[in-house]
Design a protein around this ligand. Structure first.
Ligand code: NAD
Length: 438
């Protein structure tokens, strides 16, 4: 198969690289010339473990190329994937479809032979039909089909998720498009990974329903965590106890500072918006959005309490600012709520993150970037664990305590215990959903 991939972000680049590793001939296009230059030089513009090696292997094998020209990429392509961003539209929570529709118009202008136009971006129900109408209106002679193929990969484990998916979802309207999509995913089909072939609307809904469900699961446990703190229960024990029930499952039950990232916040907002538009309010999803916002604010209150009621004049070391470990992605990260609250309140904030600096430098003005946790903790009044990078999981708490002015810790990922902190000589320790050290 010959595949054109529009967009070389977290989804487009991983998908393009993995498709080329399946043996397909892939051309990735991006309108950002800087990204294309870096990719042509063998450099991956994002941080995703294992991606550079797999990319360079397939470039060397001659199966993977990069270009700024969609026209070149479309030459002889059997399928063109749209993997551009669909951020929240300013003002109303709806997904901003301008990048998707612009890509559709470009395809209409440049394609000449039969092609399957596949939307990989997360798009609200009805969008694939709009893509089809837009292309048909702009180029009535073009022979084409549309397909919906939402992506479920997780940043930080993206290659494995793409190569060994729980399922692949494909929405099609014609047998011809179905055949092309089967060929594209043939290596996964042969290895018995489930492929759900369905209609366009169901494929679009599956993606939003999955993300809203996962966001609800995390938010549910975060709300239970707030109650655990009040009643003296330990949310880690509670999560374990409920997660062993096969109907519930143990994934996505870790209490923390509230979900963030490039998908859950915008996709829950977009689903809520679709519900409003169709007169079927998504009440659970709306509650999830509200409780998640409150969870982030609750974290700020915890930190103020640990700072004796005021950030003013305090020095705080923050470990981790990306929305989760193993990614450089900062979109909607809890750090974007927590850190500005501390800086705004008059704290001096020192930040360490293995990959967050490039994005974080613009997004978190007024902080000092440090290379390691011990340097950040020097003469600090509080240390905050905000992202559970492996580097932060086995710190020498005694050494940290010795370097701090007033050794206090807010462990918002529950990677230590009050006992660990007490034994190391910390004066205060608080986490999420567990009784703080008094
Ligand atoms: P991204 O912002 O990282 O990448 C989008 C890329 O598309 C950018 O490089 C941009 O320059 C390029 N682009 C935009 N318009 C273009 C055009 N007309 N021609 C060529 N290039 C163009 O976005 P992402 O995180 O990869 O997300 C893409 C989509 O996938 C979104 O809809 C998102 O919701 C969905 N998704 C993301 C994830 C994730 O973990 N990031 C997971 C599943 C689904």
């Amino acid at each position: 198969m010959r595949i054109a991939m529009i967009g070389t972000g977290y989804v487009g680049l991983v998908s393009g690289v993995c498709f080329s590793d399946f043996g397909h001939d892939v051309v990735c296009v991006d309108k950002d010339p800087n990204k294309i230059t870096r990719l042509e030089n063998g450099e991956v513009p994002i941080y995703e473990p294992g991606l550079d090696d797999l990319m360079n292997k397939n470039v060397e094998a001659g199966r993977l190329r990069f270009t700024g020209s969609l026209e070149k990429a479309l030459d002889g392509a059997d399928a063109v994937f749209i993997a551009v961003g669909t951020p929240t539209r300013r003002g109303d929570g709806h997904a901003d479809l301008s990048y998707v529709m612009a890509a559709a118009e470009e395809i209409a202008r440049l394609a000449s032979d039969y092609i399957v136009v596949v939307t990989k971006s997360t798009v609200p129900v009805g969008t694939n039909r709009k893509v089809r109408e837009t292309i048909a209106a702009a180029n009535p002679d073009l022979d084409f089909d549309v397909a919906s193929n939402p992506e479920f990969l997780r940043e930080g484990a993206a290659i494995d998720d793409f190569m060994r998916p729980d399922r692949v979802v494909v929405g099609v309207e014609s047998e011809r498009a179905g055949t092309v999509m089967s060929e594209v995913y043939r290596p996964l089909f042969l290895r018995d990974f489930p492929i759900v072939t369905t209609d366009l609307e169901s494929a679009e809904m599956i993606k939003y329903a999955a993300n809203a469900f996962l966001a609800a699961k995390i938010t549910f446990v975060n709300e239970i965590a707030a109650l655990c703190e009040r009643v003296g229960a330990d949310v880690k024990e509670v999560s374990k106890g409920i997660g062993l029930d096969g109907r519930i499952g143990n994934k996505f039950l870790h209490a923390g500072p509230g979900y963030g990232g490039s998908c859950f916040p915008k996709d829950t907002r977009a689903l809520a918006r679709t519900g409003q538009e169709f007169g079927v309010p998504m009440q659970i999803t709306e509650a999830v959005i509200k409780v998640n916002d409150e969870t982030k604010r609750r974290m700020v209150e915890k930190l103020v309490d640990l700072c004796d009621g005021s950030f003013n004049g305090k020095t705080v070391a923050v470990l981790g600012v990306t929305f989760k470990p193993n990614t450089d992605d900062m979109r909607d990260a809890p750090s974007l709520t927590v850190v500005p609250a501390m800086v705004g309140g008059g704290a001096k904030v020192r930040v360490v993150d293995p990959q967050g600096k490039r994005e974080g430098e613009h997004l978190l003005p007024g902080v000092t970037w440090c290379e390691d946790p011990y340097e950040a903790a020097e003469q600090a009044d509080l240390i905050v664990v905000l992202t559970e990078w492996n580097q932060f999981r086995a710190l020498d708490l005694g050494r940290l305590k010795d370097t701090m002015r007033t050794p206090r810790m807010a462990d918002l990922r529950n990677i230590y215990t009050a006992k660990d902190a007490e034994q190391a000589g910390f004066l205060a320790y608080d986490s999420v959903g567990r009784v703080p050290m008094s």
